[in-house]
Design a protein around this ligand. Structure first.
Ligand code: GDP
Ligand code: MG
Length: 307
C-alpha cells in the first residue's frame, strides 16, 4: 500500500527535537545526574513522566537485568540499557507511516473526546498534505456543536482544502458519505473526516461514531485507511482510558498526540505503545498550522536519554 510522509522525508527535525527535549527534560536530567543509579528513582521518574506503571516497571526490569548480568554498570550503563529498552518498545512506531489508497481517495477518520485538538490537527494535517502537492477535502462531521463547522471551514479556506459539511444537527454519517462522493467526483487525493468530541459515557455519540465508520466502510472499499484518535498530551494517564473506549467502537490505527508542547510528560507515548500496541503517528507541537510533526522514536529516545 502507498504511504504518506515517509520518515526519510521528514522535515524540521530540529524543531521536534527541541520540543521533545523540553517535554522530557526532567527525565533526562535525572539520568544525567545519577551517579549511583537507583532503580527506584528511575522508576519514580518514569512514572512521573507518564510512562505508566506497567511500561515503567518493564523498563526498570530490563535495566535491572542488564545490571545484574554485568552488561551495564554505573549511570552510563543504565542509560544505555534504558535506551535499548525504549528502542525495543517503540520499534513499531518506527515503521508507523500513514497508509494511503493505491487508487481513489484516501480517507482518514479522526476521533477523540472534546477539546483535545481534533479540528486543529485536521487543519494541520490538511496543510501538510497540501504542501506535499496533494489535494485534500475536509469534512465537518461534527454537526453537534454550532461553532465546529465554521471553525473547520475557516481552516479549510486557509490551507486551500475543499470543504464539505452537513446540516446543523444533521447525520454525521451522511456528511462522511457525501465527502467521499465529492472526493471521487473531484479526483481529490485525501479526505479528512473531523468528528464531534465524545466521551465513552455518551453512548449515543459512540454509537454515532460507529455508524460513521460503518458508512465509510460500505461506501468505499479499504476506507478508512487510517482511524486516528487525537489525544491531549496534558491529560496524562486518562489518555489510556480514552483509547480503550474508542478502540471498542472503531478500529484505531494510530494516535495523534496533540499539545505535546504544553506537556512535560511525553512518556505517555511509551505507555500507549505498551498498552495498546498502537503507535503515535503524529504529534502536535503548538496551535499554529505548521505545528504538526511525524513522531520520531529516535528523537524521542534522544530526548529521554540524551544525545
Ligand atoms: N498548545 C497547543 N494547543 C493546541 C494543540 N492542538 C490544539 N490546540 C488547542 O486546543 C484547543 C482545542 O482544539 P480543537 O482542535 O478545537 O479541539 P477539538 O474539540 O478536539 O476539535 C484550541 O484552543 C487549539 O488551539 C497543540 O498541539 N498545542
Ligand atoms: Mg472540533
Amino acid at each position: 500500500m502507498a504511504r504518506l510522509f515517509r520518515r526519510k522525508e521528514e522535515r524540521r527535525k530540529g524543531f521536534w527535537r527541541r520540543a521533545v527535549d523540553l517535554a522530557l527534560t526532567d527525565v533526562r536530567v535525572a539520568f544525567g545526574g545519577l551517579d549511583t543509579p537507583s532503580l527506584e528513582e528511575l522508576e519514580e521518574r518514569l512514572i512521573a513522566a507518564d510512562f505508566g506503571v506497567d511500561a515503567s516497571l518493564a523498563l526498570v526490569d530490563h535495566v535491572e537485568r542488564e545490571l545484574k548480568r554485568g552488561r551495564a554498570r554505573g549511570a552510563e550503563g543504565l542509560n544505555r540499557a534504558l535506551r535499548e529498552a525504549l528502542a525495543d518498545l517503540l520499534a513499531p512506531a518506527r515503521e508507523a507511516y500513514l497508509e494511503a489508497a493505491d487508487e481513489g481517495p484516501t480517507v482518514y477518520l479522526i476521533c477523540g473526546v472534546n477539546g483535545v485538538g481534533k479540528t486543529t490537527s485536521v487543519a494541520k494535517l490538511a496543510h501538510r498534505i497540501r504542501s506535499e502537492g496533494k489535494s485534500v477535502l475536509v469534512a465537518a462531521a461534527d454537526t453537534f456543536r454550532a461553532g465546529a463547522v465554521d471553525q473547520l471551514r475557516m481552516w479549510a479556506e486557509r490551507v486551500g482544502a475543499d470543504f464539505v459539511a452537513g446540516q446543523a444537527g444533521g447525520d454525521p454519517a451522511a456528511v462522511a458519505y457525501d465527502a467521499i462522493d465529492a472526493a471521487e467526483a473531484r479526483g481529490i487525493d485525501v479526505v479528512l473526516i473531523d468528528t464531534a468530541g465524545r466521551l465513552h459515557t455518551q453512548s449515543p455519540l459512540m454509537e454515532e461514531l460507529r455508524k460513521v465508520d460503518r458508512v465509510i466502510r460500505r461506501r468505499l472499499e479499504g476506507a478508512p485507511h487510517e482511524t486516528l484518535i487525537v489525544l491531549d498530551a496534558t491529560v496524562g494517564q486518562n489518555a489510556l482510558s480514552q483509547v480503550r473506549a474508542f478502540g471498542e467502537a472503531v478500529s484505531l490505527t494510530g494516535i495523534v498526540l496533540a499539545k505535546l508542547d504544553s506537556s512535560a510528560r511525553g512518556g505517555i507515548v511509551v505507555a500507549l505503545q505498551r498498552e495498546f500496541g498502537l503507535p503515535v503517528k503524529l504529534v502536535g507541537l503548538g496551535e499554529g498550522i505548521d505545528d504538526l510533526e511525524t513522531f520520531d522514536p529516535d528523537a524521542f529516545i534522544e530526548g529521554v536519554c540524551g544525545a
